[in-house]
Design a protein around this ligand. Structure first.
Ligand SMILES: Cc1cc2nc3c(=O)[nH]c(=O)nc-3n(C[C@H](O)[C@H](O)[C@H](O)COP(=O)(O)OP(=O)(O)OC[C@H]3O[C@@H](n4cnc5c(N)ncnc54)[C@H](O)[C@@H]3O)c2cc1C
Length: 606
């Protein structure tokens, strides 16, 4: 008899954010037995924090929109290293996924004639983000959760997976522990879907919740799957920067979509100073035109504040570096100015941006209807993740699938705002469907008990170190975040990143000696020691990939190679584990794009 409890499922989904819930719903709809595991309480996944909306070419507000425009916008935003097939599927299927959500009870803001309202967002040519105020993620999770719990999905909350089990080269299950009691369990499964979200916690300043420690990325990598595009980190241009206790918390792009403007300390709209060539013919020529665009004037072009996030973040950094920043090292974001334009501006701001109003009032004592906010870049999203098949979401390990932020491909070098929530729905559904099909058609790979026991033993070593006084995992985690922020952050150079690799090796040695005291029940130090292993793996993949990409593209900016190089637009960078345990970096050519999709891109450049 084994020393641990083993539960069995056909499909096991790790993560209960938008991607995980949608995958679990789809898998259970096929009649298979589905388990859903999450680190936090059900309903509390990071997706609840999504504010601005879900991108889908419903064309409710502007009938010129279509899947083709959405596809072209996504490819241009990703600077053409996206997986074109994923971008195509996403653009085509997102409208149906949003309508389905509506049919399942999701509440949306409405147009005057009762259709789902859509708002402007950076890099989207037309108003495309279906939303409910600035709480769209909460509504998405609430709807999926309500719908999902009635389908007979077994949910295991406050449960952390520490290892993926692989037998005969196939996904066989997972090992994890109850965060509350510290007890281990093994899950045997016919197919496993990773939907563990992002890795923003590798950085000091981030908008990500505590869960964003790159677990799925690291679990997949350690099991032998490939990671792709890890150099592409999105630094969102507008995070709170003051007071220090709230640094990094997101200020939604919706503020700019509603007419908010970025100003330097001289009160100048600096975004007009630098408009990339690829966007010149779609950007307003003056402030008045930009305002008209935000108010739905179809003849107007978008203001430069709504250029892609990578570009806006770099413009902000430039102002700060040139000494034209705000008192606390950012710039000003002003929505209060619209009182000059709208008679009901105060009520309008509170209605369209209720969370932002409360966030600044409660955390910063700022009334955004009357005064500007201070904002600066914050680590927000990882475009890189598990390399998956575009149609099925299966990784290079048969039976292991990935969807949502922990998977790579759809976003290329930079994600457009709103494209994540739609990604979760489109590819969550696909992952669930294909995982169920895999589980039905393949005999289950048996769980290797020795592998499971090893994973448990390794997880418990911090307690052994605690007996003799090793290092506090919180201290190591803080050192890692500080190091990644300064050496592999928004502006990168060869020498700093080489130094980062040296530091990472030292941090890994310290992490191997991380020590915790006390017992296993709700032991935060222990949770952090386990997160740390994942953060280190992800940080190394980011750094090695960023060193390999000797150019600047999207979220990856190198001071020593500030321009885009055509050669680097022909491949993705993939990291994988070699037999000796070291990390290998390889270039994988982009698959050729069909002529009809190329034509769509060309047509949309006009
Ligand atoms: C403040 C903010 C606002 C945003 N606004 C928008 C927006 O308006 N529109 C948009 O498109 N995108 C937005 N994004 C991005 C978007 O919210 C995320 O990319 C998306 O929600 C990720 O969803 P996911 O399902 O992949 O993962 P998550 O929602 O992050 O869920 C991950 C799940 O995995 C679980 N998990 C992780 N590790 C483990 C483990 N080891 N064991 C067990 N469970 C584990 C977690 O507990 C959680 O349940 C925003 C992001 C932030 C930070």
């Amino acid at each position: 008899m084994s020393a641990f409890e083993t539960l069995e499922y056909d499909v096991l989904v790790i993560g209960a954010g938008g991607a995980g819930l949608r995958a679990a719903i789809e898998a259970s709809a096929t009649g298979v037995k589905v388990g859903l595991i999450c680190k936090s309480l059900l309903g509390k996944a990071h997706t609840v924090m999504a504010e601005g909306g879900v991108a889908a070419a419903l064309a409710n507000v502007d009938d010129r929109d279509s899947w083709k425009v959405h596809f072209a916008d996504t490819m241009r935003g990703g600077q053409y290293v996206n997986n074109w097939r994923m971008a195509e599927l996403h653009a085509k299927e997102a409208p149906d996924r949003v309508r389905e959500l509506e049919a399942w009870g999701a509440v949306f803001d409405r147009t005057a004639d009762g259709r789902i309202l859509q708002r402007n967002f950076g890099g989207h040519r037309y108003p495309r983000l279906a939303h409910v105020g600035d709480r769209t993620g909460l509504e998405l999770i609430r709807t999926l959760q309500d719908y999902g719990v009635h389908r007979g999905i077994d949910v295991h909350m406050e449960f952390t997976i520490v290892s993926l089990l692989v037998s005969d080269g196939r996904a066989a299950g997972v090992v994890g522990y109850e965060r509350e009691r510290g007890r281990f369990k093994v899950f045997a499964a016919g197919a496993v879907v990773l939907a563990t979200g992002g890795a923003g916690r590798a950085y000091k300043i981030t908008s990500n919740s505590w869960e964003g420690t790159g677990d799925g990325h690291a679990l997949a990598y350690q099991a032998g799957a490939e990671l792709m595009d890890m150099e592409f980190i999105q630094f969102h241009p507008t995070g709170m920067i003051w007071p220090p206790s709230v640094q990094g918390i997101l200020v939604t792009e919706g503020v700019r979509g509603e007419g908010g403007v970025l100003l330097n300390k001289e009160g100048r709209r600096f975004m007009f100073d630098d408009i990339p060539d690829a966007y010149k013919n779609q950007t307003a020529t003056d402030e008045e035109e930009g305002w008209r665009y935000t108010q739905g004037d179809k003849s107007a072009k978008r203001p430069p504040e709504l250029l892609t996030r990578d570009h806006v973040a770099r413009c902000i950094m430039r102002e700060v570096k040139a000494g034209r920043g705000s008192p606390h090292g950012g710039v000003f974001l002003d929505i209060a100015w619209i009182t000059k334009k709208l008679s009901n501006a105060e009520a309008h701001i509170k209605r369209k941006l209720p969370s932002m109003y409360h966030q600044f009032k409660e955390l910063g004592d700022i009334d955004i209807t009357k005064e500007p906010m201070e904002v600066g870049p914050t680590t927000h999203y990882i475009m890189g993740g598990v390399r998956v098949d575009s149609d099925t979401q299966m990784s290079s390990i048969p039976g292991l699938f990935a969807a949502g932020e922990c998977a790579a491909g759809i976003n290329g070098a930079n994600r457009l705002g709103g494209n994540s929530l739609s990604d979760l729905l489109v590819f969550g559904k696909r992952a669930g469907e294909h995982a169920a099909a895999f589980a039905k058609t393949n005999a289950r790979a048996g769980v290797d008990e020795a592998q499971a026991t090893r994973a448990m033993d390794e997880s418990l070593t911090p307690f052994e170190h605690g007996q003799r006084g090793g290092e506090n995992p919180f201290t190591i985690q803080a050192a890692l975040q500080e190091m990644m922020q300064s050496h592999v952050g928004i502006v990168r150079t060869e020498s700093e990143m080489q130094h980062a690799l040296v530091e990472l090796a030292a941090l890994r040695a310290r992490a191997a000696d991380a020590a915790v005291i006390g017992h296993r029940e709700y032991n935060n130090g222990w949770h952090t020691a386990i997160d740390l292993r994942n953060l280190l793996t992800v940080s190394e993949a980011i750094t090695r990939s960023a060193l390999e990409r000797k150019e600047s593209r999207g979220g990856h900016f190198r001071d020593d190679y500030p321009d885009k190089a055509a050669e680097y637009g022909t491949f993705n960078i993939v990291t994988r584990r070699k037999a000796d345990g070291s990390m290998e970096v390889v270039r994988v050519p982009l698959p050729p794009m069909p002529a009809e999709l190329k034509q769509i891109i060309e047509e949309q450049k006009a």
